[in-house]
Design a protein around this ligand. Structure first.
Ligand code: ADP
Ligand code: MG
Ligand code: MG
Length: 888
């Protein structure tokens, strides 16, 4: 295998594969684009790339390289030498190189780079002579020792910073630029002493040792903790590896005609079509990013707008600036996207050091995509493909003002995007009470349970100490569009004293707290938020997306408000309306409990009769919002124990309402105890054993539908869904109940309404038996939360403890509760879809798990030919865009 690929010097990237996307996989983004820029004639310092394949080998072989690599690298170095006319390690005219990481997906700042490599006690003298600039040579050498000690030798870099500070102080200097050659020279001596002291060996003088040390450090940095975290957050597989780029140095620190900078071809935060960037005279690349000196504006207009003094590049180096902006335009046309660019000017000569598609905010992404399509640079369909659906989240929730000061206490998981400030409360009752009084509150819990629904709804945001991205709190918060930070493990909560501790700080109930569900930050005090505007470009892009989309997009919602939000976001119906949430309401729970605790059917019917009008009102309100659209209603699903009273006073309330003794009730509650409620008496098993519950619900649905049809002239289309079916017979029995109620209601009301009865496919057996089940059901909705849980045998409420490690170790590419396990669970969906269609050719197929809002899962649904996906209201626009992308 060839591992080393050369670039630059007016020749093609030697042996680079012809297909560009392959080049990125093999050479990494940085390497592929350096080769590409060189190939289109831009000034790129020559170099070579060691492929990502080598990184994988290196990791799999305990850091050992194949024998062939030595010769290949030597050839690479020879290539640079022949283009530059300098020799690596030559004391008279030394070649210096940078050793840069570059993965397939850009991971800005995550991995390591070493500059000025090739300097030692001899070559530094040569560099001083050939450049005619002693100061520059020693400045470069001290930079090199510092970077190499940090990145390769992994010595504590504070000591180096400190030595520099002291050197400046001793000389009465304020800035690095005041340091002269002899000062740098003295510092180099000190640095070498530091290395020897801490590392136990002198700083490596052999340039080849330096090179191999740096190469290994770059490969090794792929496994650094921060790189791992970045990969996890951005779904970058760990087996991709990074490439290493070795490239001739060019110097921005050679005096006043030299400079370095970074630029975007358009504004990455607003998307405006204006050059955007920063630069520094007489500096090396790192100085700009690391903020060692305050960088200056690139364009005159930007400088004037900011009222800044130091000259812009446009003013200070007009010719080079014009040359640079020509390159910007050329690169944008070439890559047909906004570019993020690094450049260096060495004594008036411009060099390009990097280009890549620039990271941008969602707002900028939309504007740039729409602008470029309007300008004919890309097509409408490409514009649709350009915007990351998940990034739209940023536009759909309030966000923190990026300029505001943050007092960060700790960081948890970014469970539900958006930011919120409010007073700390530790229980749902207080959350509701204070909200009614007009306060904004943040609900802080160890973890939430279904009973916290109303408190979560009342709160502006939710913070939990335990639980993962798919914990109850996270799922519910996302569904409600509430910001949520979950699993903030360093917080300890004391419900007795109503206080929480983080580190050595204690916050009490009523203290102000801010959470940012987009990055997991938890902050003391209030941080100002900004309301996102749904700018015009958003609407334009959605229209383009809808033109190409095949999959329908519905929503998971059970309150009229959520239904309205979803409809405004373009939902084409409800894919999942969970009825149990309606039962937790404080005014009803007593009746629900009475029903559950009743000793017999007659007792249950008494309680159900009280629930009927309330349930009917729920459905009527939802139908009114969703008139003309299909509404899938799932009959009662959770294990009954979730509704049971916990406190003495609650038992007393129920006892009074049901007119029985408290002790009898408690005994009945004990009888209902289950060892494994998620696999227990729940779903259609409730309907089979207590058909009167489903009767009441079906009656409420049809009565409400008739009332809405009567009033508005247009009927909703109820789709009654039976949960947790494993066998055809279960569905047959439950469908009989629903049909019977429909018939009764239609006879009473003197009107018929179109409706469907179907089931959720959420047990592996149901997927396998889909052919038979389809004989009794007119639609399937894949309940992929439970289907994942039951197929993997992993409880989603307990998975948080080990799933992160499972993802780190490559057991699952992503959290299977967030992104569908296509390989495994996906097979069951394919089987069920195929067998379901065989049993009933016109069967309607949809998905209503959390995965219905996940772009990768949506792509799978498109491929499998499902009819629709259903996502939480705030994910509807995301699903519309992802569905469009999947169709392209
Ligand atoms: P990162 O991915 O952190 O940006 P880079 O590999 O791009 O790391 O390099 C860090 C800085 O060093 C950048 O500003 C880059 O422009 C600069 N740099 C890298 N290689 C060279 C080189 N051969 N000559 C001059 N500057 C360089
Ligand atoms: Mg860079
Ligand atoms: Mg389920």
């Amino acid at each position: 295998t060839q591992y080393v690929y050369r670039f630059g010097g007016g020749m093609d990237a030697d042996g680079a594969p012809p297909v560009k996307s392959d080049a990125v996989n093999l050479l990494g983004g940085k390497g592929a684009n350096l080769a590409e820029m060189a190939n289109i004639g831009l000034p790129v310092p020559p170099g070579f790339t060691i492929s990502t394949e080598m990184c994988t080998e290196y990791m799999n072989n305990d850091g050992k390289y194949p024998d062939s690599l030595t010769a290949e690298v030597a050839q690479g170095v020879a290539h640079i030498e022949s283009v530059t006319g300098k020799k690596f390690g030559d004391a008279a005219d030394p070649l210096l190189v940078s050793v840069r990481s570059g993965a397939r997906a850009s991971m800005p700042g995550m991995m390591d780079t070493v500059l000025n490599l090739g300097l030692n006690d001899e070559t530094v003298e040569g560099l001083a002579k050939t450049s005619g600039d002693e100061r520059f040579a020693w400045d470069s050498y001290r930079r090199f020792i510092q970077m190499y000690s940090d990145v390769v030798l992994q010595l504590d870099h504070d000591a180096f910073e400190e030595a520099l500070e002291i050197a400046k102080e001793d000389n009465g200097f304020f800035t690095d630029t005041e340091m002269e050659a002899q000062h740098w020279k003295a510092l180099v001596a000190e640095y070498k002493g530091l290395v020897e002291e801490e590392w136990g060996k002198p700083f490596p003088q052999d340039v080849n040792d330096q090179l191999w040390g740096a190469v290994s450090a770059v490969f090794g940095s792929w496994q650094a903790e921060r790189a791992k975290i970045y990969r996890r957050l951005n779904d970058i597989p760990s087996e991709w590896g990074t490439a290493v780029n070795v490239q001739a140095m060019v110097f921005g620190n050679m005096g006043e005609t030299s400079a370095t900078g970074v630029a975007f071809t358009r504004n990455p935060s607003t998307g405006d079509a204006a050059y955007y960037g920063e630069w520094l005279i007489n500096a090396q690349g790192e100085d700009v990013v690391a903020g060692i000196r305050t960088p200056q504006y690139l364009s005159k207009a930007a400088r004037e707008e900011a009222n800044a003094k130091p000259l812009s590049m446009e003013e200070a180096m007009a010719d080079t600036y014009n040359e640079l902006t020509d390159v910007f335009d050329l690169l944008e046309r070439h890559y047909r996207d906004m570019q993020d660019i690094e450049f260096t000017v060495e004594r008036g000569k411009l060099w390009m050091l990097q280009t890549r598609s620039g990271k941008r905010t969602a707002k900028a992404a939309l504007k740039i995509a729409v602008d470029m399509a309007n300008d004919g640079l890309i097509t409408e369909e490409e514009a649709v493909l350009r915007v990351d659906p998940m990034a739209l989240d940023q536009l759909l929730h309030p966000t923190l003002d990026p300029d505001a000061i943050r007092d960060v206490l700790t960081t948890g998981l970014p469970a539900s995007p958006g930011a919120a400030s409010g007073l700390i409360v530790f229980d749902s009752d207080t959350a509701e009470r204070r909200t009614e009084l007009g306060d904004d509150v943040i609900l802080v819990r160890v973890e939430t349970s279904p009973e916290d629904i109303s408190g979560m709804h009342a709160a502006k945001g939710i913070l939990t100490a335990r639980g993962g991205m798919t914990s109850h709190a996270a799922v519910v918060a996302r569904g409600m569009g509430r910001p949520c930070v979950s699993g903030a493990g360093t917080i300890s909560i004391n419900n007795e004293t109503k206080a929480m501790k983080v580190g050595d700080r204690t916050l009490k109930e009523g203290d102000m707290l801010t959470i940012d569900g987009s990055n997991g930050q938890v902050m003391a005090g209030r941080v100002e938020t900004i309301q996102p505007e749904l700018v015009g470009d958003f609407g334009v892009l959605m229209v383009w997306a809808d033109k190409v989309r095949r999959l329908g997009v519905r929503t998971n919602a059970e309150t009229p408000h959520d239904c309205q939000v979803a409809r405004d976001f373009g939902a084409e119906g409800i894919g999942l309306c969970r009825t149990e949430h309606m039962f937790f309401d404080a005014s009803r729970i007593t009746n629900v409990r009475q029903m559950i605790l009743a000793p017999d059917e007659a007792g249950r019917r008494v309680a159900l009769a009280k629930l009927l009008p309330e349930q009917r009102a729920d459905f009527r309100q939802i139908f009114e919002v969703m008139v003309g659209l299909p509404v899938t209603i799932r009959l009662l699903d959770p294990p009954l124990h979730e509704f049971l009273p916990h406190h003495q006073s609650e038992f007393e309330d129920v006892a009074k309402a049901a007119d029985v003794g408290v002790e009898t009730l408690k005994q009945r509650a004990n009888e209902l105890h289950e060892f494994n409620p998620m696999l227990g008496h729940r779903g259609c098993r409730l309907g089979v054993t207590y058909p009167e519950i489903y009767e009441m619900q079906a009656r409420a649905i049809f009565e409400a539908a008739c009332e809405v049809a009567e009033k508005s002239g247009e009927a909703p289309i109820p789709e009654v869904m039976i949960p947790l079916v494993a066998t055809a017979r279960e569905l047959e029995l439950m469908k009989d109940v629903v049909d019977r109620m429909a018939k009764e209601v239609f006879a009473e009301k003197g009107r018929e309404i179109e409706y469907l009865v179907g089931t959720m496919i959420e047990l592996p057996r149901a997927a396998l038996m889909a052919g038979k089940i389809a004989e009794h059901g007119e639609f399937f909705s894949f309940g992929t939360n439970d289907l994942t849980q039951t197929t993997l045998g992993v409880s989603r409420d307990d998975a948080g403890r080990f799933l992160t490690q499972y993802v780190d170790k490559g057991i699952f590419p992503r959290d299977p509760f967030v992104s569908l396990d296509i390989e495994g669970v996906g097979q069951l969906i394919e089987i069920a879809a195929e067998r379901g269609r065989a049993g009933r050719p016109d069967i309607k197929l949809g998905i209503c798990g959390e995965h219905g809002g996940d772009p990768a899962s949506i792509a799978f649904c498109e491929k499998t030919g499902l009819d629709y996906v259903s996502a939480s209201p705030y994910r509807v626009p995301i699903a519309r865009l992802a569905a469009a992308q999947a169709a392209l």
